[in-house]
Design a binder for this molecule. Structure first.
Ligand SMILES: O=C(O)CCC(=O)C(=O)O
Ligand SMILES: [Fe+2]
Length: 316
């Protein structure tokens, strides 16, 4: 497998109180390059305490170790656009995991297990850190696109569709090690934290690049929405999870998302204003989000029938 140093970017110039314009500029240059070339990078000194990152991982491990009976008590309630609570990938799915989805508390759809205690408190704390980080990255990415820093925030200032997902991947079998098959994320920006087992891989130049686990770094993926808005200027990273034999693998990811009623299409700054044709037709985000949830809950028989952003591509 190719060896490749994933860009690791220290974002502290944006988090420390003194003005460090030079430092910020350097961070932006590196993020811009990573978004154009790879669609992913790692960040360090991101402001989320190591102790909270670890506590959240331990919390998920304790929860997934509970009996099926207990976990099924927190199955999703109906009516939510994004099913919140515990789900196991269906038998015929290309994904081999169980997961727990947590929405903003104000959604009214969250379900909370009794064990481990403090489940709600820890996930809310983590959620709030990720939200702040998402807002920061969103303003940096706007600027990296050559737009005013508040562009993406103005496009969507409704945080109700963001979600945090904790994942437990079952050990690989002799026949199959796929934990999550190759995909792009359908949202704006994703943050991933994996445990020491690793297994996260990103596709670049025709090769799968393994991302080594790190206790204090976060992997950042650019999602489909940024790819569409920027008319392919920034790339939505193709990634997957490979499961090890004989070991469970745990991770969690925060999806910085879009509110469902948003209309998504390439921005005029990347099309008509520069004389380029749009690479996508416009769509309502909730329609795409529903198709993506269906990929997961009712996977098609043929993997090629899974819905990707190419569903809205225009061939120029
Ligand atoms: O489990 C991971 O490390 C990544 C999960 C992922 O890619 C996803 O949930 O979209
Ligand atoms: Fe993903």
């Amino acid at each position: 497998m190719a060896s490749f140093d994933i860009p690791t970017i220290d974002v502290s110039p944006f988090l420390i109180s003194e003005e460090d314009e030079d430092g910020k500029k350097k961070v932006m240059e590196r993020i811009r390059e990573a978004c154009v070339k790879y669609g992913f990078f790692q960040i360090e000194n991101h402001g989320i305490p190591l102790e909270l990152l670890t506590r959240t991982m331990d919390l998920y491990k304790t929860f997934f170790a509970c009996s099926d009976e207990d976990k099924l008590l927190v199955s999703p309630k109906s009516g939510s656009s994004i099913p919140a609570g515990y789900l196991k990938s269906p038998q015929n799915s290309a994904e081999k995991n169980e997961h727990f989805v947590f929405l903003p508390s104000s959604s009214g759809f969250n379900v909370y297990p009794n064990n481990p205690p403090h489940f709600k408190q820890v996930l809310e704390e983590m959620f709030s850190h990720f939200t702040k980080l998402g807002m920061l990255l969103e303003s940096i990415i706007s600027e990296c696109l050559g737009l005013p820093p508040n562009t993406l925030a103005k496009f969507n200032d409704d945080r109700s569709w963001d979600f945090l997902i904790g994942l437990h991947y079952f050990p690989a079998t002799e026949a199959e090690d796929n934990g999550k098959s190759a995909h792009e994320d359908g949202n704006c920006i994703t943050f991933v934290y994996q445990d020491e087992v690793g297994g996260f891989q990103v596709h670049k130049d025709g090769q799968w690049i393994p991302i080594a686990p790190s206790k204090d770094k976060l992997v950042v993926n650019i999602g489909d929405i940024i790819q569409v808005l920027s008319n392919n200027k920034f790339k939505s990273a193709t990634h997957r999870v490979v499961r090890p034999k004989g070991k469970s693998r745990y991770s969690y990811a925060f999806f910085y998302n879009l509110q469902g009623d948003k209309w998504v299409e390439p921005l005029p700054q990347f099309t008509e204003e520069i004389g380029e044709s749009p690479n996508y037709r416009g769509f309502l985000f909730k329609e795409y989000a529903q198709l993506r949830v269906k990929n997961r809950t009712h996977p098609p028989t043929r993997p090629e029938d899974l819905i990707h952003i190419t569903h809205y591509s225009i061939s120029n």
